[in-house]
Design a protein around this ligand. Structure first.
Ligand code: ZN
Length: 408
């Protein structure tokens, strides 16, 4: 374990998870996949307000490279990157993209990219060069999933940009051009690396892309923990549970705005983790957005970096219990340029079992905000969903010790 440099402390996050660090072989068990080209995607000037008007001073895009570049830079400055297996990847091939996307949509993207840019469908703007960045982003997800599914790495984090969880088969949506996780999971399954996959999306927005990709597929369990009624407006309800053979394999938890540490912990321990455990996955993929943090301009939730570290530790404990620790985290949204990198570092230091801890000067203050504890309306909603899921026979009969031990 290397010493903590440059002011980073060696205390480690309070996750209750024993450090694993670099194994005796000297090969880091945790992969970190990134590529500079992903930062070159230019979405144009789509800011916090997606419909600029006469009285809106032009502003940089909300989905800018800055929060991701700062996260990568923070890993360098803290020294954590030296404990990771740093990898790049090839861009996603057309053949892989076509497992999820329609040929017509991919053709339109290529034509638009050559013609000077456009919109992938619904608030998914792009400029020339964006398609190369998007294919690179999907390529990172493919490589990360493949490395873990094949056993080459124990777990991995992919710093994907543009994000992917809103992209649907025939259109881009919500800053997303290509479905990074669906394409990666479909390829891994096509190669026979894995059969049963659980996708947990804790981005503050509903993971509609994952839901549509696998809605009728009982081999991929999609779970989305999001702010109710945020983008997209028309999807994300608890009643959307899959169709045909996929009925019972899609779980939405649309939390009321204002959800904080108590609400997320209750949702995770009471329903999300047991539901995934009952599914018995061979691999867990987390759509890791940071826009549920208290500082995000596009979300109205109250998480701090410690909450992201705790959720990561909880999913790691689940992965160890359910699928040999196989866990891949794919970067999604997160628009606070200052705070998202601190949350990302907390996630990656937890994932790597590192003693390098970057102090978050706002963590304790956010935790002390009013209404951070589980509120009655949040408890009633989550317990109701749990009862509904249990009544359908989709929860384990007993609560296992790793859930209790993952609670702080
Ligand atoms: Zn989001």
């Amino acid at each position: 374990m290397s010493a903590a440099p440059h002011g980073a402390s060696a205390a480690g996050p309070a996750t209750g998870i024993p450090a694993t660090g670099i194994p005796a072989t000297g090969i880091p068990a945790t992969g970190f996949f990134w590529h500079e080209r992903c930062f070159w995607h230019d979405p144009g000037a789509i800011g916090v307000f997606s419909s600029p008007g006469e009285f809106l001073q032009p502003q940089p895009a909300s989905e800018s490279p800055e929060s991701k570049r700062r996260l990568k830079n923070l890993l360098e400055v803290s020294g954590l990157i030296d404990e990771l297996a740093v990898r790049k990847s090839l861009p996603a091939a057309r053949e892989d993209l076509e497992r999820f996307h329609t040929a017509r949509y991919l053709d339109a993207l290529e034509t638009g990219d050559r013609a000077g840019g456009g919109d992938g469908g619904d608030c998914a703007p792009f400029m020339p060069g964006s398609l190369a960045a998007a294919r690179q982003s999907t390529g990172l997800a493919i490589a990360a999933v493949e490395a873990v599914a094949s056993g080459e790495l124990s777990r991995a984090y992919a710093l994907c940009r543009p994000p992917g969880h809103h992209a649907e088969a025939d259109r881009g949506r919500g800053f997303c051009l290509l479905g990074n996780i669906p394409v990666a999971v479909m390829r891994a399954r096509a190669l026979g690396l894995v059969k049963r996959v659980a996708i947990l999306d804790w981005d503050v927005h509903h993971g509609n892309g994952h839901q549509t990709a696998f809605y009728a597929d009982p081999a991929v369990f999609t779970v989305s923990l999001h702010q109710a009624g945020n983008y997209p407006l028309e999807t994300g309800g608890f009643e959307e549970q899959g169709e045909g053979p996929g009925l019972g394999y899609n779980l939405n938890l649309p939390l009321p705005p204002g959800g904080g540490l108590g609400a997320y912990d209750h949702a995770m321990t009471e329903l999300v983790l047991p539901a995934i455990e009952a599914f018995d996955p061979e691999l867990i993929v987390v759509a890791c957005g940071y826009d549920a943090c208290a500082k995000d301009p596009l979300g109205k939730m109250l998480l701090n970096s410690g909450a992201f570290a705790r959720m990561t530790a909880q999913v790691m404990a689940l992965a160890r219990s359910a699928c040999g620790g196989r866990l891949v985290m794919i970067h999604e949204g997160g628009y606070s340029e200052g705070y998202a990198p601190l949350c990302g570092h907390a996630v990656i230091e937890t994932l790597a079992g590192s003693n390098i801890h970057v102090p978050d000067p706002q963590n304790d203050e956010i935790a002390a905000w009013a209404y951070q504890s589980l509120q009655p309306h949040q408890r009633d909603l989550i317990n109701g969903w749990r009862e509904g899921w249990a009544a359908a026979g989709r929860l384990p009969p007993t609560r296992h010790s790793w859930i209790r031990s993952s609670r702080s």
